[in-house]
Design a protein. Structure first.
Length: 166
């Protein structure tokens, strides 16, 4: 059960990149991450596998206090992260979700669900009918189908963001 969250940090110009890997829970020391950060903090959440309720509370505290002094960006959010985002409106404070994973399935292959990386921009610019952007199957090259309810999975793009077009 050595599922402890691993953190890797890189500073690059005005940006601190923090990659998290594993489970965010009561074992996670998020406060120690928040030291000497650059003006922009970009979290890479590709490898976050689970966040329990204790972890969610810690996470929100951290994001809110960091958001007062830093630009926060969240990239490559894993499917479990998107699920939290959709349940908890202030999960990313005032930060920006740059990209995230979404489940797709190929009707031609038996490969099961494949998680594909989407950018917020392509989903938002393609939102005529809240359609998931097209993706090709990595095995057969055929068109894949989105494997969730679009209205629910993309819910987090509706709130927080400031595209007040209607
Ligand atoms: Zn296929």
């Amino acid at each position: 059960m050595s599922n402890r969250l691993k953190c890797r940090r890189t500073d690059d110009g005005d940006t601190t990149i923090i990659r998290l890997d594993g489970v965010i829970d009561e074992e996670t020391d998020l406060e120690s991450l928040a030291v000497n950060l650059r003006p922009t903090v970009r979290f890479d959440l590709e490898r976050v596998t689970r966040i329990n309720s204790f972890g969610v509370r810690e996470w929100i505290n951290m994001v809110q206090s960091l958001g007062e002094r830093h630009n926060l960006e969240f990239t490559r959010c894993s499917v479990p992260v998107v699920e939290q985002l959709n349940m908890i409106s202030n999960f990313f404070g005032g930060g920006t979700v740059v990209s995230f994973y979404a489940p797709y399935i190929c009707p031609n292959c038996d490969g099961g669900e494949v998680e594909m990386l989407l950018t917020t921009e392509e989903v938002v610019s393609n939102r005529s009918g809240m359609d998931a952007p097209p993706r090709k199957c990595p095995s057969c090259g055929g068109a894949m189908e989105f494997d969730d309810v679009e209205m629910e999975y993309f819910l987090f793009l509706e709130c927080g963001e400031t595209h007040g077009v209607s």
